[in-house]
Design a protein around this ligand. Structure first.
Ligand SMILES: NC(=O)c1ccc[n+]([C@@H]2O[C@H](COP(=O)([O-])OP(=O)(O)OC[C@H]3O[C@@H](n4cnc5c(N)ncnc54)[C@H](OP(=O)(O)O)[C@@H]3O)[C@@H](O)[C@H]2O)c1
Length: 306
């Protein structure tokens, strides 16, 4: 019988906002990166961290939009330590450049950026865009920033990676036999789901590998939030969401409520860190096998210096 682990308990609930969670916190010694912070949940996450005094880098693909967001955040929080850096997660060279340019310790990496295009798009490598952006880009970023996180962990006792997943992960495992939709019809929701499964499992494996360096990763689900993420949805996708909402499967949260998980995970925890995928426990059943395959993929990439 596996030993049950204690569930995370909190005084916050689905109506709490990111600002509620950081109220009274001093994160002035924290250097944080938030990917995809020019809009949506990432922007509000960055705002909450800045409000608590953190030094926040908005890692964005559109630096003009990033500069507008940074100015807005700096003004609204009276924190001038809000920076912008170029990062296109769908472009491995851009990820490598971002990593090269990063100097000094890192305490908090929030892997938040995500896309759901309605049609099949591929990167220069031929990778399906959602898997490439939502997972592979963040994987390379986390790997590249490992040493900076380890330095950050030595300074503060712990460094944290937050991997923004989704309950969508329940709709698809990683389909290792055809990750990039070369032999099956493209289904954008399935592509999104497998990328979010990978994000969650990556957090589990990162903690397993890096806990000894003081680095802990958590995967979080922000809940349903109306953002730019749905902008390319087809009519069918919109109807699917509307039906789910009407059936009470979820209730839309505000963006500030959606951002609540990230700063909470980014704080030093009062609980012992777990090797968890989402907050509902360790991967079970088929996900154990999925994690093993992800680990093999991880090893192969490291072996070729990728
Ligand atoms: N909204 C929800 O209901 C919901 C539910 C569960 C999970 N999530 C997750 O929450 C996270 C944030 O999404 P959101 O709802 O806040 O959507 P959003 O407003 O569309 O934000 C996504 C961000 O990711 C950025 N991005 C996209 N492709 C990128 C790339 N190649 N390189 C760098 N940045 C890139 C976007 O930049 P551009 O502005 O340049 O496009 C945007 O700033 C995502 O991981 C999403 O999967 C959202």
């Amino acid at each position: 019988m596996p030993t049950p682990t204690a569930l995370i308990t909190t005084r916050f609930d689905a109506t709490s906002t990111a600002e509620d969670v950081v109220a009274g916190l001093d994160l002035s010694s924290v250097r944080a990166i938030v990917t995809g912070a020019s809009s949506g949940i990432g922007r509000e996450t960055a705002r909450a961290l800045a409000r608590a005094g953190a030094d926040v880098t908005l890692a964005v693909r559109n630096t003009d939009a990033g500069a507008t967001a940074a100015e807005d955040i700096a003004t609204s929080t009276s924190n001038e330590r809000v920076r912008v850096a170029a990062l296109d997660l769908a472009n491995q060279a851009s990820v490598a450049t971002f990593v090269q340019r990063w100097n000094g310790p890192l305490h908090l990496l929030i892997n938040n950026a995500g896309v759901i295009p309605s049609t099949l798009s591929r990167t220069a490598e031929g990778w399906e865009l959602q898997f490439a952006t939502n997972y592979l880009g963040h994987f390379a970023l986390s790997l590249g920033l490992h040493d900076a996180l380890a330095v950050g962990a030595r300074e503060r006792g712990e460094a944290r990676i937050v991997s923004v997943s989704s309950t969508a992960h329940m709709r698809s495992p990683i389909v290792f036999d055809d990750i990039h939709f070369e032999r099956r019809a493209y289904d954008p929701q399935a592509a999104y789901a497998q990328s979010k499964t990978a994000d969650a499992l990556c957090a589990v494996e990162a903690t397993r590998r890096w806990a000894a360096d003081g680095i802990v990763a958590n995967a979080v689900n922000p809940g349903g939030v109306a953002t730019g993420l749905q902008r390319d949805f087809t009519q069918k996708q919109r109807e699917y969401l509307a039906d789910a909402e009407a059936a009470g499967v979820f209730v839309y949260k505000t963006v500030a409520q959606g951002a609540v998980h990230h700063p909470r995970r980014g704080r030093r925890p009062r609980i012992r860190p777990h090797r968890r995928a989402l907050s509902d426990g360790r991967p079970r059943g088929p996900y154990r096998a999925q994690r093993r395959r992800l680990v093999r993929q991880w090893r192969r990439r490291q072996a070729v210096g990728d």
